[in-house]
Design a protein. Sequence first.
Length: 405
Amino acid sequence: MLYKYREFINESRQDIDSICQKYNIKNYIINEDGSIDVDGDVDLSNRELIELPLKFRNVSGYFYCRNNKLTSLEGAPTSVDGNFYCYRNKLTSLEGAPSSVGGDFNCSGNGLTSLEGCPSSVDGNFDCSDNELTSLEGGPSSVGGNFNCYNNGLTSLDGCPSSVGGDFNCSGNGLTSLEGCPSSVSGDFSCFFNKLTSLEGAPSTVDGNFYCYNNGLTSLEGAPSSVGGDFYCRNNELTSLEGAPSSVDGNFNCSDNELTSLEGGPSSVGGGFYCYRNKLTSLEGAPSSVDGNFYCSGNKLTSLEGAPSSVGGDFNCFGNKLTSLEGFPTLFRPTMVINISDNPVKEVYDLFSDLKAIEYINETGCINKDTMEVYYIALLDVWEYSGKAPKKPENIKLEHYTLVY
């Protein structure tokens, strides 16, 4: 009996050796239970596997079984020090997945309806996007990198990790609330293309960008008080900016809403400010200074009063009902592009004299136009409203400026 048992073990070991050779698995140890430990990487990707060919235990490198036809993770390692990729298979369950992963865990592009069975902690990125999940229950409680759960059927963020060290993306679901999401996100926060009407439950701080566009938001209440990157709330149903972050280090875009006022918006914007295609009749509430572009086109403005006094990029206010340029920024850069086309401005022809006292910024700082050259600005529709083209002022050095529109 002992001889037959040893013969069976030897045959099993030979089978395992043969399989390891076939799949180029090296530096392995065969354990008594028939599982193997691998000191290195295992790559079983793109082989049309319907099951894993071996029983793995510990893998010191990465473990890839992506782009196959797996319906189960039976035989997967219990511990992987590197990345674990099982995306683009036919998995409906994560039962059998490693309990410990030192790198990324990617199970996207399957048919998962539950995260039960996945690791409790992932040091790298966690990606369960493009599945059929309706809940995040059973998912990791801690993720050191990005957390992606976009393009599922989520209606709630319950079960979400309490901590995310990178980006958080829950876009393309059916979410009506952000309750349950991490309280702090070190990277970007994306919740666009959902059914949100409020931002209640959103993180209190976001170090990167905050994207909540293309929802059904009627309020920004609950938004982070501070955003380290861009804040995009365009394509919603907002009638007010109350609740918006007080400070945005990047761009602020509230275009394509139902806004009649900018009151409640951020007082400080480090990038561009975009509020085009709303129902604004006034720019009161706009930040006093914008380091990037300022676009307020496609509204119902009759005046520029309330516009930023300083604009570091282009100024675009076409398609309004402006009859005056009062309120135009007094501080801007030499290469600024001004577009005031499609407005019934009466004094367009006199714009040069209107701007004589304006200061602008160049490489050396702030210079008064009374003591320097003035711009030659070719404005659209100038013939329609003035009947004649503006004349080029004398002593212009056009090569110094690119402000021609």
